[in-house]
Design a binder for this molecule. Structure first.
Ligand SMILES: C[S@@+](CC[C@H](N)C(=O)[O-])C[C@H]1O[C@@H](n2cnc3c(N)ncnc32)[C@H](O)[C@@H]1O
Length: 249
């Protein structure tokens, strides 16, 4: 199947960040929720699990092990469950996502007393100012329509000294790596994704949305504009993903 057939005009517009993006993203994740975990681990050769663990290690939750943490764009709650299972973690995790079927697919991964799934938009979190001890988002922030507004909203809910961590795909800089990455991400992955999920366009949207996401230096600058201090980033696995972090002043 040619990739062009997998790329509906709607998916392309959504990936470019048009007005359709919010509704499109909410709909596709609701539709692919039952197969999301399987495809995630299959398409990433299970590396996604190690990446999530590294992102959690950057959250500095040990600073306040009894605090309230936000797993933003939580999906099927993999990050929330992994954080909840860390030895010594005695806090609570709010898994916020606007696609309810994704949250439902994750129920059972962690004790209910520790992880609370909440249907909420990243741009309007149901938390009072300065009440979260940390926040993390894995593979979600590139899907949010208004990135700067989302960064400000996260900043609002964090307490001073709390860290925000983003784990996200990025485009590798090395020409050689980029050639293999492009072949896999833009040609092979959309076909496997369509086959296994039964959704024609969702996995064509994925590489497009990564291509349209800011590069590391730009994202770091936007962290600083939102107010974050101690902004850092490092790339993972030949530069196909990156972990960003910043601290609320
Ligand atoms: C690729 S999944 C990532 C899920 C999970 N964090 C993980 O590590 O597998 C992206 C998630 O972001 C959610 N999402 C996208 N935009 C959102 C928004 N504005 N507010 C809340 N959730 C959003 C989607 O519903 C989807 O579940």
């Amino acid at each position: 199947m040619p990739v062009s057939e997998l790329e509906s005009a709607e998916a392309l517009a959504a990936a470019a960040g048009g007005d359709e993006k919010r509704a499109y993203v909410q709909r596709i994740f609701s539709q692919i929720a039952p197969r999301y975990d399987l495809l995630n681990h299959l398409l990433s050769f299970n590396i996604d699990k190690a990446w999530r663990r590294r992102a959690i290690a950057s959250l500095d939750w040990e600073r306040t092990p009894t605090g309230t943490y936000v797993d933003l764009c939580a999906g099927t709650l993999d990050v929330a469950a992994e954080l909840a299972a860390r030895p010594g973690f005695a806090g609570r995790v709010i898994g916020a996502d606007f696609a309810e079927p994704m949250l439902r697919a994750g129920i059972g991964k962690a004790p209910r007393e520790v992880v609370s799934p909440v249907v909420a938009d990243a741009l309007d979190l149901p938390l009072a100012d300065g009440t979260a001890s940390g926040a993390i988002v894995a593979f979600g922030i590139r899907n949010v329509t208004r990135l700067d507004a989302a960064l400000r909203e996260i900043y609002r809910v964090l307490e001073p000294g709390a860290r925000f961590v983003i784990l996200e795909f990025t485009t590798p800089r090395s020409v050689i790596v980029r050639a293999g990455y492009h072949l896999y991400f833009h040609q092979i992955l959309p076909r496997i994704g369509a086959l296994v999920s039964g959704h024609r366009t969702a996995y064509a949207y994925l590489p497009r949305s990564v291509a349209n996401f800011p590069i590391e230096e730009d994202l770091a600058a936007r962290f600083r504009s939102a107010g974050f201090a101690d902004v850092q980033w490092r790339t993972l696995t030949f530069g196909v993903a990156a972990i960003h972090s910043g601290v609320k002043r």
